[in-house]
Design a protein around this ligand. Structure first.
Ligand code: GDP
Ligand code: IMO
Ligand code: MG
Length: 429
C-alpha cells in the first residue's frame, strides 16, 4: 500500500492542482484535509480549464473525492462550485464526493469580519482572500462553530447558534456594523441544506474502509508550508496547519496511513498577499517571471509577487513536512533567462544564517545569499522526458536537489496534464 500526501512547499500556487490531477489517475481516493475555498487550483486538460477552490482536484477524473473535517466549509460556495463543474461536464454525485459531517461551516458573517479586519489594518493587513477562513477557524477552536452536521438539525443547533451570534454581534458592534439577522440566517441555512446533505458522511469511516481494502489514498494539501499557522511567516499566514502532518488530523486517519510525502515546488518563488519574501524581485526580471508564469491569483485575481528560487526556505519546508520527493513545476517559465540565481542562505546583521528565522523582525531584515547559474535558451515547454531537457536545465535541477537535500520525483513543464516528467512514482510500493 502507498498513500501519498501532496503539500505546497512555498507560499502556495506551486501547481498542486495539476500534480494532484495527474496523480489521481493512480489513486482510488483524493482527500482535502485543511484550508477552504481560499485555495485556487487550476487544471488544464486539452482545451478545458478547470478551476477548483473547495473541491478536491480528483473530481475532474471522477476519482472518489473527500472533503475532510480539517477543511472549513462554505455551503454556498460548495453548491456553486458543484454547479459550475457540472456545466463543464463533471457530474458530481454522492458516490464520488463526500463531505465530513464534522467540518466547521463558513457563514456569511465570517467573510464580513475578515474584510472588516483587513480594511481596519492599513499597512499591517495580511492580504487575505477575504473568504472568512480565519474567522471560521477561530470559531472552531473557540468551540462555538456550526458544523456540517448541524445543517440536518437546525432546531437542535439553536443554543450553539445563539452562542455563535452573541460572539459575532459583540465584534460587529465594535466595528459599528449592524447585528446578524438570526431569522434570515436560519432561512438561508435551511435553504442551502438540501444542496449539501446528500454528500455528507462520516468520512473517517469511508477512509478506514478504503485503507482496509488497501486502496490508494491521495491527500491534497492547499496553500504552502510558509503559510502554515505554526511554521510559516507568522502573522502573514493562513489560519490552518498546512504541513503534511495535518493530513492525519484533518481527515481522521492515523499517521501510519501516510507512506510518502510529495512536496510541490515551483522552479522560482511567488507569493500573493503581504509578508516577508527575501528573494523578491521588484525589477524587470520579477516582471518577466510574472508574465511568463501568468502569475495572477485564481481566487482573487491579484498579481503574485515573484522572485528567485529560495533553496533555504524550501529545505526548511521539506524538513517540516517530512517530504520524501518533490515535483518541480514551471521549469519552462525559466526558459530564455541568461542567468538564474538561487538563494543558498541568508545574512543577518553581518552574520551568516542557514535557516529562516521565526522572528518577524528578523524575517524582514535578512538578506539572501545567492549562487549563480547559467540559463538556457532552448525551450523546455512540454518536455515529457529527461532527454528533452537542455544540459543547463538538468544542472539547475541537480543542484537544487543537493541544496534542498531531497530528490526530484516529477518535473512539470507546462500547465497541460501530461506535460510531466516522471522520475519516481510516488505510489510505487
Ligand atoms: P496550486 O494552487 O498549487 O494548485 O497552483 P495554481 O493552480 O494556483 O497555480 C499554478 C498555475 O501554474 C496554474 O495556472 C497552472 O495551470 C500553471 N502550471 C502548473 N504547472 C505548470 C508548469 O509546469 N508550467 C507552466 N507554465 N504552468 C504551470
Ligand atoms: P493555493 O491552495 C497562495 C494567502 C493569502 C494571504 C494569506 C491568508 O491555491 O496554493 P486567508 O484567506 O487564507 O486567510 O489568507 O494566505 N493564501 C494563499 N496564497 N495560494 C493559496 O492557496 C492561498 N490561500 C491563502 O493570499 O496572504
Ligand atoms: Mg493556487
Amino acid at each position: 500500500m502507498a498513500n501519498v500526501v501532496v503539500i505546497g512547499a512555498q507560499w502556495g500556487d506551486e501547481g498542486k492542482g495539476k500534480i494532484v490531477d495527474w496523480l489521481s489517475a493512480r489513486a482510488d481516493v483524493v482527500v482535502r484535509f485543511q484550508g477552504g475555498h481560499n485555495a485556487g487550483h487550476t487544471l488544464v486538460v486539452g482545451n478545458q480549464v478547470y478551476k477548483l477552490s473547495l473541491l478536491p482536484s480528483g473530481v475532474v477524473r471522477g476519482t472518489l473525492s473527500v472533503i475532510g473535517n480539517g477543511v472549513v466549509f462554505d455551503p454556498w460556495h460548495f453548491r456553486d462550485e458543484v454547479e459550475r463543474l457540472s456545466g463543464q461536464g463533471v457530474k458530481l454525485m454522492p458516490e464520488v464526493l463526500q463531505v465530513a459531517e464534522n467540518a466547521p461551516l463558513i457563514l456569511p458573517f465570517h467573510g464580513d469580519l475578515d474584510a472588516l479586519r483587513e480594511d481596519a489594518s492599513g499597512a499591517g493587513k495580511i492580504g487575505t482572500t477575504r473568504r472568512g477562513i480565519g474567522p471560521a477557524y477561530e470559531d472552531k477552536v473557540g468551540r462555538r462553530a456550526l458544523r456540517v452536521c448541524d445543517l440536518a438539525d437546525l432546531e437542535g443547533a439553536a443554543p450553539q447558534i445563539d452562542r455563535l451570534l452573541a460572539h459575532h454581534n459583540a465584534l460587529r458592534a465594535g466595528f459599528g456594523v449592524e447585528p446578524i439577522d438570526r431569522d434570515r440566517l436560519l432561512r438561508d441555512l435551511a435553504e442551502i441544506a438540501p444542496s449539501v446533505l446528500p454528500f455528507v458522511a462520516p468520512v473517517w469511516q469511508t477512509l478506514a474502509t478504503k485503507r482496509r481494502q488497501r486502496a490508494r489514498i491521495l491527500f491534497e494539501g492547499a496553500q504552502g508550508v510558509l503559510l502554515d499557522v505554526d511554521h510559516g511567516t507568522y502573522p502573514f499566514v493562513t489560519s490552518s496547519n498546512v504541513v503534511a502532518g495535518q493530513a492525519s488530523a484533518g481527515s481522521g486517519m492515523g499517521p501510519g496511513a501516510i507512506n510518502y510525502v510529495l512536496g510541490i515546488v515551483k522552479a522560482y518563488t511567488t507569493r500573493v498577499g503581504s509578508g516577508p519574501f527575501p528573494t523578491e524581485l521588484d525589477d524587470e526580471i520579477g516582471q518577466r517571471l510574472g508574465e511568463r508564469g501568468r502569475e495572477f491569483g485564481t481566487v482573487t485575481g491579484r498579481k503574485r509577487r515573484c522572485g528567485w528560487f529560495d533553496a533555504t526556505l524550501v529545505k526548511q519546508s521539506i524538513a517540516l513536512s517530512g517530504v520524501d520527493g518533490i515535483a518541480l513545476t514551471k521549469l519552462d517559465v525559466l526558459d530564455g533567462f541568461d542567468e538564474l540565481l538561487v538563494c543558498t542562505g541568508y545574512e543577518l546583521d553581518g552574520k551568516a544564517l542557514d535557516h529562516f528565522p521565526a522572528s518577524a523582525r528578523q524575517q524582514a531584515a535578512i538578506r539572501p545569499v545567492y549562487e549563480r547559474f547559467e540559463g538556457w535558451s532552448e525551450s523546455t515547454q512540454g518536455a515529457r522526458s529527461w532527454a528533452d531537457l537542455p544540459a543547463a536545465a538538468i544542472k539547475y535541477i541537480r543542484r537544487i536537489e543537493e541544496l534542498i537535500d531531497c530528490p526530484v520525483a516529477l518535473v512539470s513543464t507546462s500547465p497541460e496534464r501530461d506535460d510531466t516528467i516522471l522520475v519516481r512514482d510516488p505510489f510505487r510500493d
